[in-house]
Design a protein around this ligand. Structure first.
Ligand SMILES: Cc1cc2nc3c(=O)[nH]c(=O)nc-3n(C[C@H](O)[C@H](O)[C@H](O)COP(=O)(O)OP(=O)(O)OC[C@H]3O[C@@H](n4cnc5c(N)ncnc54)[C@H](O)[C@@H]3O)c2cc1C
Length: 522
């Protein structure tokens, strides 16, 4: 097996990974290990924008309050304050590196989104914000010679040099199927969420929970796995992906109507279309059940047509491809899996429970989002916590003699009908552990996923699709197990058999690589 030595390894090339790599560049040799091609990530497709308390009408305390309200009381105040207070500095830095955000004259232009009390969201080219940030970070990171970008390199598992310490990564070359070892004094996980677990998702194909499953297998503590956010408005057209129709479309005056063209959101919440995401998703879900339909409509037809076209150019052109003119036609929409609040448990410097292992961005659970993420906070989280976890990786005492371990690779396993298996897992999760959950369906999911995972015991996947199936099933089982344990509703986790809001402020943790290591703790 080929063996490589670096000072630092970053897994993933979305906003969080690229930002972390830039911070590390002054401190040694850095490898950005990324599956597929550089920058293919949720970050690339983020539309709505970045929430940052930079406008004259805004205040740090307001942004903190809005974040905590959306998180339904389960946010960590220190982590939220850090995000919001450091956000302006990190965004100004991005601008200095060449990011072009939309301007009003010489000032940044701010828009408003659901659950934000003021106009606080900055955008790039209307709805191409993620692309602009990724472009900037790719270009800027390219100016550092000691950052090596290893594309089509799929991280399989961590190398450990003691039960509580990570010393590198085992990775698969997607093109040659060769397995190589990458050693470093610290590894930063920035592999994003797990949206591909569900039949309907806004996430791109690369988002398969790999870093989460790897961390769990390595004995890192995981937290808040029951909290998955479903975006209310994914495009719902036969044969089309659940393309995201940004929150900003409702922020700018778009309304939701049922299939009888009646508005319905205020029946479920006084804030109507601008209620928190989980509330709007459930409202749509219940309205679809009541009207026995597969979608509702997002209607912008009453807004100025030029404004709509200019404000949402990417959405306008994408919908046009499917025969919909959003200026004239109501858009069929329904909820889709969007953002994972749970993940690798970290402190507010991205430190996991294992020495040498850090996590940032969507893969981390640092307490910013609580039971439900406030819209547009995650790009900000990516830059702020990408930077912070790298600073911690450098400053912590990670120096040790990094030496080769006896790595035992298990029997090879490759699943030939991986696409069919993927669809079965996605359907199982969609039916059992999505917008609305109950004990019986969660039990079914737990039984199915437990059995599915048995085939991987002692085996090492020899291809990316097989590894992704194992990782998705692992994360799915963590979600279903935690969702079963939380017998009550809170934030994005809704139990139809326990619909009342749970008042106690505890979190669910998995302490080590056993599904039975689940425990509740404040
Ligand atoms: C359609 C869409 C719209 C969104 N809009 C917004 C918005 O407007 N504002 C906002 O704040 N947030 C938005 N979000 C959420 C936000 O984009 C993400 O939460 C955030 O970008 C996550 O960044 P990340 O760097 O943590 O992960 P990602 O951007 O998902 O990057 C993960 C990286 O890890 C790599 N990777 C994964 N597994 C492996 C492996 N095994 N080995 C090697 N590499 C691996 C991937 O290839 C990818 O490069 C949106 C998300 C989507 C999908």
């Amino acid at each position: 097996m080929e063996t490589n030595f670096y000072d630092y390894i970053v897994l993933g090339s979305g906003v969080a990974g690229l930002r972390a790599a830039i911070e590390l560049a002054g401190h040694g040799r850095v490898a950005v290990v990324t599956k597929h091609f550089l920058g293919e990530s949720s970050s690339e497709y983020a539309q709505g924008g970045v929430a940052v308390a930079l406008s004259d009408d805004d205040d740090i305390s307001l942004h903190i309050e809005d974040t905590i309200r959306a998180g339904d009381g389960l946010c960590d105040l220190k982590a939220v304050s850090t995000l919001v207070e450091e956000g302006p500095k990190y965004i100004k830095q991005l601008i200095s590196w060449g990011a072009n955000f939309d301007m009003h004259g010489s000032l940044l232009e701010f828009t408003r989104e659901a659950a934000h009390s003021v106009k606080r969201i900055i955008n790039a080219k209307g709805d191409a914000t993620g692309h602009e940030i990724v472009r900037t970070l790719k270009e800027y990171s390219g100016t550092f010679k000691n950052i090596e970008k290893l594309e089509y390199t799929y991280a399989l598992d961590f190398i450990k040099d003691s039960p509580k310490s990570v010393a590198g990564v085992i990775a698969l070359n997607e093109k040659t199927s060769e397995i190589s070892l990458y050693y470093a004094k610290a590894v930063i996980v920035a592999t994003g969420g797990a949206g591909r677990l569900y039949t309907r998702t806004t996430n791109p194909d690369v988002v398969t929970g790999d870093g989460l499953a790897m961390a769990f297998r390595a004995d890192a503590a995981m937290r808040d796995m029951e909290f998955f956010q479903f975006h209310p408005t994914g495009l719902t057209i036969e044969g089309a992906p659940a393309f995201l129709l940004s929150e900003a479309m409702r922020g700018e005056g778009g309304v939701l109507r049922n299939i009888h063209m009646e508005r319905f959101c205020t029946k479920y919440h006084p804030d109507g279309e601008l209620a928190p995401r989980d509330v709007v998703s459930r409202s749509i879900f219940f309205e679809m059940q009541t009207t026995d339909s597969k979608h509702v409509f997002l209607d912008l037809t009453h807004l100025d047509k030029n404004f709509v076209k200019n404000r949402f150019p990417k959405i306008y052109s994408t919908c046009l491809k499917y025969g919909l003119n959003i200026c004239k036609d109501p858009i069929p929409v329904s909820p889709a899996a969007h953002y994972f609040m749970g993940g690798i448990f970290t402190d507010d410097w991205g430190r996991s429970s294992l020495k040498g292992l850090y996590a940032c961005g969507e893969a981390a659970c640092n307490g910013i989002h609580g039971a439900n993420r406030l819209a547009s906070n995650s790009l900000l989280e990516g830059v702020v916590y990408g930077g912070r976890s790298a600073i911690a990786a450098v400053n912590d005492n990670n120096e040790r003699e990094v030496r080769q371990q006896d790595i035992s690779i298990g029997e090879p396993i490759s699943i030939s009908d991986s696409q069919e298996k993927l669809e079965v897992i996605q359907k199982c999760m969609w039916l059992s552990a999505s917008v609305s959950r109950n004990e019986e369906r969660l039990d079914n999911a737990i039984e199915f996923l437990t059995q599915f995972l048995e085939q991987f015991e002692g085996k090492t996947p020899t291809d990316r699709n097989t590894a992704e199936l194992e990782n998705l099933a692992t994360v799915g089982l963590l979600i279903a197990t935690a969702a079963k344990d939380r017998k009550g509703s809170r934030g994005a986790h809704y139990r139809e058999d326990y619909p009342d809001r749970m008042k106690d402020n505890w979190h669910i943790y998995f302490e080590n690589a056993q599904f039975s290591s689940i425990k509740r703790q404040k």
